[in-house]
Design a binder for this molecule. Structure first.
Ligand code: KG4
Ligand code: ZN
Length: 355
């Protein structure tokens, strides 16, 4: 008798032969539970998401235990909704893709367990997807013409990477943050302005009405040519705010937000575009939650196009956590014959590229 994995391998070979597959994708790495149905890595048939931010906002940040419990409650209904929205039946699903890391271990485990049970129940291949690779792959959904090679700036709540996507599933790390991620810096500075969690999107909105030249913040210094460091900037901005307030002064919140946003976006793009130029890239893409930042999007288009780069960015809804991006990344892993077994475990600190 064939084992599950042997049957999955045989099915995967047939799908690779056909060059086509419909994936059901699951994402639960942080505070968003999401299930999507994606055909051939590019066509989104359903993209269901259930956000927990309202609950975590009460605590000023993600509470891991609450996140895990809420994922468990949300997964089955989201799966039903996604299938219904796709117009497909469970038997039309060719493979299951799931985020296995990086993220919160308990949160990841809920999605991984769900996906394993589903893959086993449907008797289809299981594909393990790195969350960061998912973010990068959102670009394949947004623009069907995009193919590697391209340079991608991935900026999220936990990561800030500049990667060279040399082939599907192949990444060269050009630069990364040595301390805080860009999204983390946005969230922490937002707290000083008493903007509720998650601060990034609201700080961005506030910044739209502010004067970015009003306040001066320090420039970034790092050893690596393409590396980031947001901790110094974040601390300087927070300390400066405390000093002004201690001296009885007031902070003009919109101007403060605009000046800080401008400093982060300049820093992100200076290095990412330098890396793109030095590697001779013709295409440049944005990814991750911070890629929904309005100024980052405008400046990437302006500066990237000026340099002669073809610029790509997913719509804001595909920049923040979602399962469609996991389905896109999973398709290319599947086509590469990279299957997971039922012993798949969550890997909370897994990297995109071994350093
Ligand atoms: O990629 P993501 O949804 O989750 C992680 O994988 O971390 O990114 C979330 C991060 C948060 O730090 C959030 O504040 C930030 O992205 N973010 C933004 C914006 N939208 C989300 N930061 C700045 N401007 C935005 N518009
Ligand atoms: Zn993310």
């Amino acid at each position: 008798m064939m084992t599950y994995l042997e049957r999955a391998r045989a099915k995967a070979r047939a799908l690779i032969e056909k060059g086509s597959a419909t994936l059901l994708a699951v994402e639960s790495s942080c505070d968003e539970t999401a299930v999507a149905v994606v055909k051939d890595g590019r066509q989104v048939l359903a993209n269901e998401i259930s956000s927990q931010v309202d609950i975590h906002a009460l605590y000023g940040g993600v509470v891991p235990e609450i996140a895990s419990r809420m994922h468990v409650e949300a997964l089955s209904p989201l799966y039903e909704r996604a299938l219904a929205a796709s117009g497909l039946g469970a038997r039309d699903i060719d493979a299951v893709a799931v985020t296995f890391g990086p993220g919160l271990v308990g949160a990841l485990l809920t999605g991984v367990s769900f996906a394993k049970a589903l893959a086993y129940g449907l008797d289809v291949p299981l594909v393990a997807v790195n969350h960061i690779e998912g973010h990068v792959s959102a670009n394949f959904i947004a623009d069907p013409s995009l193919e590697p090679p391209f340079v991608c700036l991935v900026a999220s709540g936990g990561h800030s990477h500049i990667v060279n996507v040399t082939r599907y599933g192949c990444y060269e790390l050009l630069g990364r943050t040595v301390d805080d991620a860009a999204g983390e810096a946005f969230d922490k500075v937002a707290r000083v302005l008493e903007i509720p969690y998650p601060g990034g999107p609201l700080l961005d909105k506030l910044a739209e009405t502010g004067d970015e030249k009003r306040y001066r913040f320090p420039r970034m210094h790092t050893e690596g040519k393409y590396d980031y460091s947001f901790s110094g900037l974040k601390t300087a901005v927070i300390n400066q705010a405390h000093t002004i307030r201690q001296n009885g002064g007031e902070i003009e919140a919109a101007d403060w937000a605009a000046s800080f946003r401008c400093a982060v976006v300049d820093a992100l793009l200076d290095k990412a575009l330098l890396a793109a130029r030095d590697t001779g890239a013709e295409r440049f893409a944005l990814a991750g939650g911070v890629a929904s930042n309005r100024l980052l999007r405008r400046e990437t288009l302006r500066r990237g196009t000026e340099m002669g780069l073809k610029v790509f960015m997913p719509p804001a809804s595909l920049c923040t956590d979602n399962a469609a991006m996991i389905g896109a990344a999973g398709f290319y892993r599947l086509m590469n014959g990279e299957l997971a077994g039922l012993d798949l475990n969550a890997q909370p600190s897994v990297r995109l590229i071994e350093e």
